[in-house]
Write a new protein. Structure first.
Ligand SMILES: N[C@@H](CCC[C@H](N)C(=O)O)C(=O)O
Length: 265
């Protein structure tokens, strides 16, 4: 089986051209093994690119635990770069993912801009005062660090605190992804974010639906579109418009999406 390895700001994926429908998507043990960092290729998730009538392609996403999950923003941007690499698309595309249709554009410098679903207004999370919850295609709990209570984000225990919130009964049974955010001195500066991902069950270097949720939540704290987000794996940008009901429309996630290598297993 041929595979390609992609990364978007360090969120990495095994990418498989499955237009021939040869891959058994019910084999969760195989997917987890391919994603394993010691016994496999190593990745935060695996993505199948498949044919889909009326669309350029379909993106089918699995977390590193081998299970299908909700939308992956960085994975979506990498799938668009992969479709371009395969010669399936030009600069623009219209494709289907688990949360519905998406438009995307590949810029001359390789930046992939992905249109995300419209998002409802942030809701106060039950867990703490500086916490909100948003669904940007995937569920995201966001915790804004209080500088008087916490060390800098670089020193923060993302695994420990993320694991606890991910398993909090408020999010039973599906669980949630968890983002920790340092509020910059000037909201026009990049917002530092670290994310604990459900289905990877660990911190990843970046999460596309996560930074999208953070940018929208940060707009309630002075951030203005486009918002820059500093992840552990690089910078992403999110632009959006406010809806009159407190939600968000025309939400775009932009950043690099890079083919790292390919091979056969
Ligand atoms: N890394 C992704 C999110 C992938 C899905 C997530 N782990 C979940 O199960 O909700 C992104 O870039 O959005």
């Amino acid at each position: 089986m041929q595979f390609h390895k992609y990364q978007g700001t360090g969120n990495d994926f095994v990418m498989i051209d499955d237009r021939a429908r040869a891959f058994d998507e019910t084999d969760h043990a195989l997917i987890a093994q391919l994603c394993h960092r010691r016994f496999g290729i190593g990745a935060d998730g695996l993505i199948l690119l498949r044919n889909k009538p009326d669309f350029d392609f379909e993106m089918v996403y699995f977390n590193a635990d081998g299970r299908p999950s909700s939308m992956c923003g960085n994975g979506g941007r990498c799938t668009v770069a992969f479709a371009k690499y395969l010669g399936l698309i030009g600069e623009t595309t219209h494709f289907l993912a688990v949360d519905g249709p998406h438009d995307a554009r590949v810029e001359n410098d390789g930046t992939v801009r992905l249109k995300m679903i419209d998002v409802n207004a942030p809701i106060e999370a039950e867990i703490g005062e500086d916490d909100v919850f948003l669904h940007t295609g995937s569920p995201h709990h966001i915790h804004f660090l209080d500088p008087e209570e916490h060390p800098a984000l670089t020193e923060f225990d993302v695994y420990g605190a993320g694991h606890d919130i991910r398993h909090d009964q408020a999010y039973d049974p599906a669980g949630t992804n968890v983002n920790f955010v340092e509020v910059p001195v000037d909201p026009a500066h990049a917002w530092p974010v670290r994310t604990y991902e459900r289905g990877v069950e660990n911190e990843t270097l970046s999460c596309g639906t996560g930074v999208t949720a953070v940018a929208l939540a940060a707009s309630q704290r002075g951030a203005v579109s486009p918002v820059r987000l500093q992840t552990m794996g690089g910078e992403l940008e999110v632009s959006f418009e406010h809806r009159s009901d407190g939600g968000f429309a025309n939400v775009w996630l932009s950043g690099p999406a890079v083919r790292v290598f390919g091979g056969e297993v």
